[in-house]
Design a protein around this ligand. Structure first.
Ligand SMILES: Nc1nc2c(ncn2[C@@H]2O[C@H](COP(=O)(O)OP(=O)(O)O)[C@@H](O)[C@H]2O)c(=O)[nH]1
Ligand SMILES: [Mg+2]
Length: 364
């Protein structure tokens, strides 16, 4: 029996009530096509994965990729695509908001050649955003505007979550993707070594069938990180940039605390300096936990363990900082330059070590 020609990758988080209907509509619109549905579920508490597996028992076209301890729409889709062998891969939401009837046309356009990627567009003639409220429509328009420098000219909907592409195109760019957040299409377009030849097909964004949207402030933050990664990420890791900004805020906190304790309350300098150091480190840890490493935020006991390791690592960083600066100073370097070199070494150490010990960032 021939393998699938079209793999439809559907990321899910708490979509159990949408799955049976999703399989039904795909079955209807893809008659005559060798297709498969790969649902990538991030261990949804509502047992979406179990519902998908139950469907898979009755339908050989369905399978489930169950990820544990992970979250993220884009990375889920990327891993789903990597698990498929079909010459065409499509990405679609699991809540039936995307119009599956576009899939046959997407497949046809890609198999005939001439296009690398076919995108379902809500913003071209014939498409629509359905019943979004004013705020959501405005946010989407702004997000689209921000993405302009990173996507091919003429594209109407770079924020679309519904698209299909040829597998070899995906294989060429997958190692360059950021895999951050919600906007995989933007990631794909900006990661391609050559501009992708695209076709857009209009569709009307439908109302969610069951369950709730997962769009929240985290998604907005992930989007900012994706834009930064795609623009300056080639030169410097985005996390390092936010880590340094947080470090800058720590210096302000340090001086404010020291001012209060030493100048106002007349505490001995060494004591004031010690308290200021611990408070600044704690504030840096809290901010890095919610900003730099938001996608793997530590909570509960993990938070305490993380704080301890952060303070330990940064204390060693401070020793290195002072050591390097003092050494350079004895070698007749300018005092400012020596201090700067010390800060640089300390920061890079803190960043590198806390990224693997405090937050243990995965390879991608
Ligand atoms: N695997 C996975 N899927 C997700 C995650 N967040 C959202 N999704 C799925 O991505 C699709 C789009 O999400 P949705 O909340 O509907 O976004 P909206 O349509 O922009 O409101 C849905 O199928 C969600 O279940 C996630 O962290 N992991
Ligand atoms: Mg949705």
């Amino acid at each position: 029996m021939q393998g699938p020609v079209l793999s439809i990758i559907v990321p899910t988080f708490n979509e159990r009530d949408n799955i049976p209907r999703l399989v039904e509509v795909l079955d209807v619109c893809l008659v005559g096509v060798e297709w498969e549905l790969i649902v990538v579920d991030d261990d949804s508490p509502d047992q979406t994965a179990a519902v998908v597996r139950a469907q898979a028992c009755a339908n050989h076209r369905v399978r489930c990729l169950h990820r544990i301890g992970r979250r993220g729409l884009s990375s889920a889709c990327i891993e789903g695509m990597l698990s498929s062998s079909a010459p065409v891969v499509a990405v679609m939401d699991g809540d039936l908001q995307h119009d599956e009837r576009l899939l046959p046309d997407m497949l046809k356009a890609l198999l005939q050649g001439g296009y690398d990627i076919v995108i379902g567009s809500r913003y071209m003639a014939g498409g629509g955003i359905g019943e979004w409220d004013g705020m959501r429509a405005l946010t989407s328009r702004w997000a689209t505007r921000l993405s302009r420098p990173l996507v091919p000219a003429g594209l109407t909907d770079p924020m679309s979550g519904f698209f299909a592409m040829r597998r070899e195109v995906f294989d060429r760019l997958v190692r360059r993707t950021s895999g951050l957040g919600f906007k995989l299409l933007l990631d794909v377009l900006a990661s391609s070594p050559q501009p992708l030849r695209f076709l857009e097909l209009p569709y009307e964004f439908r109302l969610r069938q069951a369950g709730e949207s997962k769009l929240d402030s985290q998604v907005a933050w992930d989007y900012v990180m994706l834009l930064l990664d795609k623009s300056i990420g080639r030169f410097v890791p985005v996390r390092l940039v936010t880590f340094c900004l947080v470090g800058g805020s720590g210096v302000l906190i340090h001086f404010s605390v020291l001012w209060v304790l030493y100048r106002w309350l007349a505490m001995p300098f060494a004591w004031g300096q010690g308290v200021a150091t611990v408070l600044a480190m704690t504030s840096n840890f809290i901010l890095n936990n919610v900003i730099t490493y938001r996608d793997q935020r530590l909570r509960g006991w993990q938070w305490l363990r993380g704080w301890l390791s952060f303070v330990l690592v940064c204390s060693l960083g401070a020793v290195g900082n002072v050591g390097v600066a003092s050494y350079l100073f004895t070698q007749q370097f300018h005092w400012g330059l020596s201090a700067l070199a010390g800060i640089l070494v300390g920061t890079v150490w803190n960043y590198a070590v806390t990224s693997s010990y405090t937050w243990s960032v995965k390879a991608r």
